[in-house]
Design a protein around this ligand. Structure first.
Ligand SMILES: [Zn+2]
Length: 287
């Protein structure tokens, strides 16, 4: 092959790979996988929700966005041919709650914590306004199956609930607990140390499988590990603040070697420190 021919071939390969990656970026990665029994996990890129199929219909959870919800609605119709009876929102944040109207339009009753509804209305979130709200706990029963909706208190937001799918012994929890991965970046909208108390309450619930809104599935002990991580960062930042250390120094000096192999340790630990630092600074009163 001549030099020009080789160069042309390389050029074509480069062009082809550019157009391939462009096509990929326009297509969300979506999947449905079985968790246990009749409970399924729905993936849309880096976001996950779950849905439960019963003989009387389906309970879906976070729609993620309108396109994702339309895809899921069609897949449920094709695979199970059952009506979608309930949509339960984990919390108000738009990257999980958006697109709820897709399920509301086909007759699903939209359920959330009462604070979720207030924030959805206040922030004009692009989703359906909940029909049914609760304060502490609500039991949803459909087709002989039960889902406990529980609000353990403030934590990742002021309205994050957990959903306990009793038949499959699975807990769906969003943004509050991840499996061997740090919580997201700067912890905006979060409450400390309430978030740690929230996880300690979750640890007392009766389940085996932990299904988070991001990342890999886990087990119950992953909740304890996540609580221990948050406690460790919180303690380190509080101690530093009490010694009068500035934020920059804390971001440089705090290392938590037990978590070095967790996902996003290097990029997100300084951001987690900053989030907790701001939280502590707002609420602390020194001498
Ligand atoms: Zn969130």
């Amino acid at each position: 092959m001549s030099f020009i021919a080789k160069l042309t071939l390389v050029f074509i390969i480069v062009l082809a790979s550019i157009s391939y990656s462009f096509a990929q970026s326009n297509n969300a990665t979506r999947s449905i996988t079985n968790i246990a029994g009749d409970l399924y996990r729905f993936q849309n890129n880096f976001h996950y929700s779950v849905f439960l199929v019963t003989k009387e219909g389906v309970i879906v959870t976070d729609p993620i966005n309108a396109d994702a919800a339309k895809w899921l609605k069609d897949e449920i119709k094709t695979r199970f041919n059952k009506p979608i009876r309930y949509l339960v929102l984990s919390h108000d944040h738009a990257d999980h709650s958006a697109g709820g109207e897709v399920f509301a339009q086909v007759g699903a009753t939209v359920v959330s914590h009462e604070n979720t509804k207030a924030v959805i209305k206040g922030e004009k979130r692009p989703t359906a306004i909940p029909d049914l709200t609760f304060k502490k706990q609500m039991t949803l029963s459909l087709g002989g199956k039960t889902v406990e909706l529980i609000y353990p208190g403030k934590g990742h937001s002021n309205n994050s609930i957990v959903m306990l799918f009793k038949d499959s012994r699975t807990l769906f929890v969003v943004d509050t607990i991840t499996v061997n991965r740090l919580p997201y970046q700067g912890l905006s909208d979060a409450y400390f140390p309430d978030w740690i108390d929230y996880i300690r309450k979750v640890e007392r619930l009766d389940f085996d499988i932990l299904a988070p809104g991001h990342g890999a599935l886990g087990v119950k002990d992953d909740a304890r590990k996540h609580g221990d991580y948050l406690q460790a960062v919180y303690d380190a930042v509080l101690s530093g603040v009490r010694q009068g250390k500035p934020l920059d120094e804390l971001k440089r000096s705090i290392r938590l070697s037990a978590y070095e192999n967790w996902g996003q340790y290097d990029p997100w630990l300084p951001l987690n420190i900053e989030g907790i630092y701001k939280n502590i600074s707002l609420h602390r009163r020194g001498n």
